[in-house]
Design a protein around this ligand. Sequence first.
Ligand code: HEM
Ligand code: HEM
Ligand SMILES: [Fe+2]
Length: 456
Amino acid sequence: MRYKSQSVAYWYFAVSLALFGLQLVFGLLSATKYLGPDPLLYILPFDVTKVIHTNLLIVWVICGFMGATYWMVPDESRTELHSTKLAYVQLVLWVLMGVTAIIGYLFRWGTGNKLLEQPLPHKIVIVIVMLMFLYNVGMTIKKSGRLTTTEGVLLGGLGLAALLYLPALLHYENYTVSIFYRWWTIHLWVEGVWEMIQGGFLAYLLIRLSGADREVMEKWLYVIVGLVFIAGILGTAHHYYWVGVPAYWLPIGGVFSALEPVALVGMAIYAYSTIKRSGMSHPNKLALHWTVGSAVFTLFGAGLLGLAHTFPSVNKWTHGTLITAMHGHAAFYGAYVMIVLAMITYAAPSLTRRPEEGSAMGYWSFWMQLGGMFGMTLSFATAGIGQVYLERIMGLGFLDAQLKIQIHFVMLLATGSLFAIGVALFIIDFFRYAPRFGAQLDAPGDAAGLQAHAES
Ligand code: HEM
Ligand code: HEM
Ligand SMILES: [Fe+2]
């Protein structure tokens, strides 16, 4: 860690990992409910556990994004953060917002708009926190007078993510209108501006870990971001097929969303070829695993499994089934969970006393998570195929169909447990090393970082 203020990232990562663990408790709980009988039916029914599961995901992933940004910006702009105090106040507000929202959901306090269930006061706090964050980062860059392209793409993504949250503050009586604008936030987040965030972290990690030429890396980053937007914006229409809008959205959605994987293929080639060319010489190979893993798993979960149900002719059968959950898990994991874990793994040897080369536990965590998530994806997929056939082709009722596909939920619980053990190992591996709070130019592995720094 070259700048003392980068240590704020430690607390952001600590909070993120704790909430990640909690998210999985609610995921496993949601899965067990499919097997019934449910002793918690009147205390913690499925809709409540699911809402907590998905909201915790969003809260911890964004917390991870903020921590990783506070880590990366001083490094890129070569200066201390504008205000560490502001960063800590912001973190406390974020945690209070998250925790009270979760408690609220237990009492059915929420807007009921999927993934955007946060009550209005919480939404306002979210906007305030984002403004504090963007101000702090903006002032840091202004003070230093150095803005790299990688940083620009990251900040563009974060700023636009905040902007696109604004439609979620409005309330519409008409259900079609409400759904129409809901996707401006959700779809344009995950298939648009969050990919800029992922791309920014990816480019930063690849430059640092491989020592690749910054100019070349940043040129390709522009190409990838361009491709994301060309397909992603009109690709929103793949959510408009059945919501009550005019039929011309069907071909628009089909054509443009089918182009979305092109950017993800580009991203995977970008990561893989960079690392291959550089010969894996960086000591933090664990961070290399997470970085390349993120790009490759995104291609699988978002690209391939997104494409699998994006055409109207397929989506009319699969819409809103466990096929959606299959894709939602694999895509979110590859793109956003893995990139946050990559940033944590890269920063850990400086933020804590973890050895640069990582530990055996770190590798176990990586492979158990990967295997577990792959198994979960298959479980949701097999359950989803059965569900579509029984429910939509054979005409069975929802619950009758669910009873016939229970075996896939046994598999989900088994693979989900494997995944959860992998996550537990990651959390233990992070917390078992004492944090460091001072700048150390001679910190282990920093030589490699400094070399990349000098070359950049
Ligand atoms: C990292 C990128 C992505 C993430 C995190 C992601 C995540 C998700 C999530 C969570 C949902 C469920 C949303 C809801 O019902 O509220 C969803 C739905 C969907 N996604 Fe993605 N996705 C990504 C990329 C893609 C791509 C590239 C495609 C197409 C090639 C795609 C196609 C779809 C489709 C068609 C649906 C609607 C499913 C339905 O009708 O029920 N996604 N995605
Ligand atoms: C122990 C691991 C996990 C288990 C057992 C699990 C289980 C579940 C279950 C049962 C649902 C409800 C599906 C439905 O609506 O019928 C769900 C929803 C969801 N989970 Fe997980 N989950 C786990 C981990 C994760 C992780 C790591 C992520 C993020 C990468 C995630 C993201 C989501 C999302 C986005 C949804 C909503 C999907 C949709 O609306 O279609 N889950 N999960
Ligand atoms: Fe989408």
